[in-house]
Design a binder for this molecule. Structure first.
Ligand code: ATP
Length: 256
């Protein structure tokens, strides 16, 4: 089922166009990776899709309605966005950071309930990091903070989940754990995920589809199952230069 249609997006901060005529559809049960070199507009596109940067032209439609016509709270029920950098600068308990995920569901003077706190704790447990629940968020390592922010995003329980390099500070094991947890949530709960990554192997391993940006435009858009080796070489050589591709246990591995 189509959860969001992104149509002909053109976006810029000042005069120069950063994203030029991007179309994509986010379907339920689908995990999409957004690849591209530094500065190709991946974050800018995510900002447009989550409602933070109004595009110069084009539409992001949920059920036929443009997300820029939604209130901020309405939007947050449909779309969660994990930015590259969190903005928490004050002493806060980890459990309270995760609880921020339920904010879109609370009334103006409402606080999270005991039930919400249990849900937040269970979400930390699902990620295997409940031991941090009572710790001060600011005292954690950058990678641990990243895990907590991912947990907060999952707590938000929106059907469209956007992640901007959520694995950048994570160790080898946690990178794989996080990508497989996000995939599991998408598949079990019929959600749709769009994630920016820098490692094409992580994208090939965990995502159903890969979209590559180049020179402000969509350069390639393909499913990762039954993909042809020659096609992968052609696409990734144009992005990363000379590469090799080997196959191991039915999976392709790109080597630079
Ligand atoms: N707030 C801003 N104001 C003006 N220009 C910006 C702003 N944010 C990004 N840009 C410019 O937009 C272009 C694309 O940036 P963006 O962050 O979208 O790229 P990216 O593909 O996500 O890069 P990276 O992989 O390094 O995170 C860059 O040239 C950048 O300088």
């Amino acid at each position: 089922m189509d959860l969001m249609k992104v149509e002909n997006i053109r976006a810029r901060y000042d005069k120069e166009l950063i994203v030029d005529d991007i179309n994509l559809t986010m379907k339920s049960d689908e995990f999409i990776a957004l690849l591209g070199l530094n500065g190709t507009g991946k974050t800018t596109l995510l900002k447009v899709i989550c409602g933070l940067l109004k595009p110069k032209s084009g539409k992001c439609l949920i059920n036929g309605m443009d997300i820029y016509e939604f209130s901020e709270k309405q939007r947050a029920k449909h779309i969660s966005f994990m930015p590259q950098r969190h903005s928490i600068v004050y002493d806060t308990k980890v459990l309270d950071v995760v609880l921020m995920g339920v904010t879109p569901y609370l009334g103006v003077f409402e606080s999270p309930t005991k039930n919400h706190r249990e849900m937040a704790y269970n979400m930390l447990k699902k990620m295997g990091i409940e031991k941090f629940a009572e710790e001060n968020f600011l005292h954690l390592s950058e990678g641990q903070k990243q895990l907590i922010i991912i947990t907060r995003n999952l707590m938000q329980n929106s059907e469209i989940m956007l992640f901007d390099e959520p694995d950048s500070a994570l160790d080898f094991n946690n990178r794989h754990m996080v990508l497989s947890k996000i995939r599991e949530v998408i598949k079990n709960e019929n959600k749709s995920g769009l994630i920016t990554l820098h490692d094409p192997n992580m994208a090939l391993n965990y995502c159903d589809k890969i979209i590559v940006l180049k020179d402000k435009k969509k350069f390639a858009d393909f499913y990762t199952t039954n993909v042809d080796r020659e096609f992968l070489i052609e696409v990734f050589t144009k992005i990363y230069g000379e590469i090799e591709i080997i196959k191991h246990k039915e999976k392709y591995l790109i080597i630079k």
